[in-house]
Ligand binder design. Structure first.
Ligand SMILES: [Mg+2]
Length: 109
């Protein structure tokens, strides 16, 4: 599935099952909530916390939740994520072409 297909799938789903998009600000709050859910899993899986009884490692599910609501926000604000992501890679390449290679903190010991 391409990013464009993901945006289209989300749009079809919302119009078929969701009645309409939540408002942009509501989806911004939902995005923040989902990022928090990912942070909780990361803290338990890679950090110093441990999973509580009944919790499970659903890292991929939480990442997909973030992608879902990001697609919602892109659709309702007219953003083409494919083009935006292409531009983001170009920007990072222009800006950071040498930066990380020259960072001694990133060199293997
Ligand atoms: Mg979630």
């Amino acid at each position: 599935m391409t990013i464009e297909e993901a945006q289209q799938s989300v749009d079809r789903w919302v119009k078929t099952y969701g009645v309409r998009y939540f408002s942009e600000l509501t989806n911004m709050a939902v995005l923040t909530e989902e990022v928090g859910e990912l942070a909780r899993v990361m803290a338990r899986k890679y950090g110093d916390q441990s999973f509580k009884a009944g919790e499970r490692d659903n890292l991929s599910e939480e990442m997909a939740d973030i992608l879902w609501v990001l697609c919602c926000l892109a659709n309702q604000t007219g953003v083409n994520l494919t083009e935006a992501f292409r531009q983001s890679i170009e920007k990072k390449t222009r800006r950071d072409a040498e930066r990380h290679r020259n960072n001694p903190k990133l060199q293997k010991g």
